[in-house]
Design a binder for this molecule. Structure first.
Ligand code: HAM
Length: 440
């Protein structure tokens, strides 16, 4: 064993692992294209400033950052959203809206190691920019659901917890805590994980004597599951007429969103759950996270609306919403449920070669067949036929092409179908035609 271990949280992908990886990316790309999204990418390394300013405290503490040889403060990207915002801001006037873009790439976070969380992971990002209304959320959530369905996961396997930072702001403002809202939402963000006593203490340090009352109002809000319950929750806090108008407008957005999700046929995947507020600093409206039904795993995906980030990147005012979906928890769940295909890379043909003279013909045919697009392999060494047939079977090849001296004298090759063992002779010049015909 070598002493040169890979770093904690960084994976190696042997060919059998890579097959799984390619499967994930294939489904991601296929479904994203079905929805009319275009693929893009940005740099893996960025200036540290980009993430310090945009991603928020939690991510800032997890940055893989260092000084480069030119004395620049730089960081591996922990996420793609700030880069996307900068790219769109730079060409905002030239880009046709709505912009529907997706990307598949690696991200780096110096996280505490735990199940489902690594230090290098791959994300699918899908974002819609230039659409302010819930039509964009409807499209993105439908994309999310179809991606998971594309892997064979259904209603019993996963669901989407849908929430709204906008509603939270209205709710806290109605109670006179607009200024403290960011800090209060930090408590909400950790609600499921933080011990009650610690949470209460923290709340007291933020709102003082009102802690008991605010605690109860947070609890009530967290129990809201329907629009009717939402209206009721607001009745117990003092809403002035200006707030009331904003609340009514927001309830109309929710009604439109939930109606659209029903129309898309994905209503049963959605749960209104205001405990989701998202740790990232830039979210401004609807936010959501995807979980497995049993909630045994960390989030499968997360996202939301960020309407001010493009402007902060020097662009025009441009509404935006998107999500990131990681490969780690998804792969865990597919493996747990036996949904990860166990296929291997197979070949079209394996050449079984008699002697040195036959090898000359075989190499020449291998070259022709590969140029014609077939996958072909053969043994580098001169070996007994039996050994070569074993290798042919192990390679998963559909056909063994046998180069014996008798056949070559007649200008033909004997072809054995490795699944049904049938054999036939084919003139060498017709090999590409034969394979095309049989392999479709
Ligand atoms: P995020 O919630 O930080 O959002 O990450 C999205 C997803 O990436 C998570 O739900 C999880 O699947 C995966 N992920 C995050 N950290 C790790 C990790 N350490 N190990 C394995 N998987 C991880 C964002 O990144 C936002 N930028 C998403 C977004 C796009 N919002 C708008 N557009």
């Amino acid at each position: 064993m070598s002493n040169f271990k890979s770093l904690p949280g960084f994976r190696e992908f042997y060919p059998e692992d890579f097959v799984e990886r390619r499967f994930l990316f294939q489904v991601w790309r296929q479904v994203a294209r079905r929805f009319g999204f275009q693929e893009y990418d940005g740099p893996v390394l960025e200036s540290l400033e980009l993430f310090k300013a945009k991603s928020g405290d939690e991510i800032e503490s997890q940055l893989f950052c260092f000084e480069d040889k030119g004395g620049r403060e730089i960081s591996l990207r922990p996420e793609l959203t700030p880069t996307l915002a900068r790219m769109v801001a730079a060409r905002a006037n030239a880009l046709k809206r709505p912009i529907k873009w997706f990307s598949v790439g690696d991200n780096f976070r110096y996280e505490r190691m735990q199940k489902g969380r690594l230090r290098c992971f791959t994300q699918l990002n899908a974002d819609i920019l230039g659409e302010a209304g819930p039509a964009a959320e409807i499209e993105l959530l439908a994309l999310l659901v179809q991606i998971f369905q594309g892997f064979g996961l259904g209603e019993d396997d996963f669901f989407i917890r849908l929430s709204d930072r906008n509603l939270w702001m209205l709710y806290l403002e109605a109670q006179g805590f607009a200024v403290q809202s960011a800090k209060i939402l930090e408590i909400v963000d950790k609600w499921e994980r933080m011990p009650e006593e610690a949470a209460k203490e923290k709340l007291e340090s933020i709102v003082g004597d009102s802690a008991v009352q605010v605690w109860e109002s947070l609890r009530a809000f967290l129990e809201v599951r329907t629009i009717a319950e939402l209206s009721k929750a607001f009745q117990s806090v003092s809403v002035n007429s200006e707030l009331d108008e904003a609340l009514e407008a927001r309830i109309r957005d929710w009604t439109e969103l939930l109606g659209g999700l029903d129309a898309m046929g994905i209503g049963s995947y959605i749960e209104m759950d205001l405990s989701i507020v998202r740790g990232l600093a830039y979210y401004t409206g609807f936010v959501f996270e995807v979980f497995d039904r049993a909630k045994e795993n960390r989030a499968l995906a997360g996202g939301g609306r960020y309407n001010s980030l493009i402007q902060k990147m020097g662009g025009p005012e441009m509404p935006a919403v998107g999500f990131g979906l990681g490969d780690v928890v998804l792969a865990d769940i597919l493996r747990e449920r036996g949904l990860m295909p166990r296929f291997v890379d197979t070949l079209d043909a394996y050449l079984v070669v008699g002697g040195e003279e036959e090898r000359v013909a075989a190499l020449s045919d291998a070259n022709v067949l590969r140029q014609a697009g077939f996958s072909v392999d053969y043994s580098f060494k001169s070996q007994a036929f039996g050994k070569q047939f074993k290798a042919a079977s192990a390679s998963g090849a559909r056909f063994a092409l046998i180069y014996g001296s008798d056949e070559l004298e007649n200008g033909v090759v004997k072809i054995r179908n490795l699944s049904d063992r049938s054999e036939e002779e084919v003139p060498r010049a017709q090999l590409p035609l034969f394979l095309r015909d049989r392999l479709g």
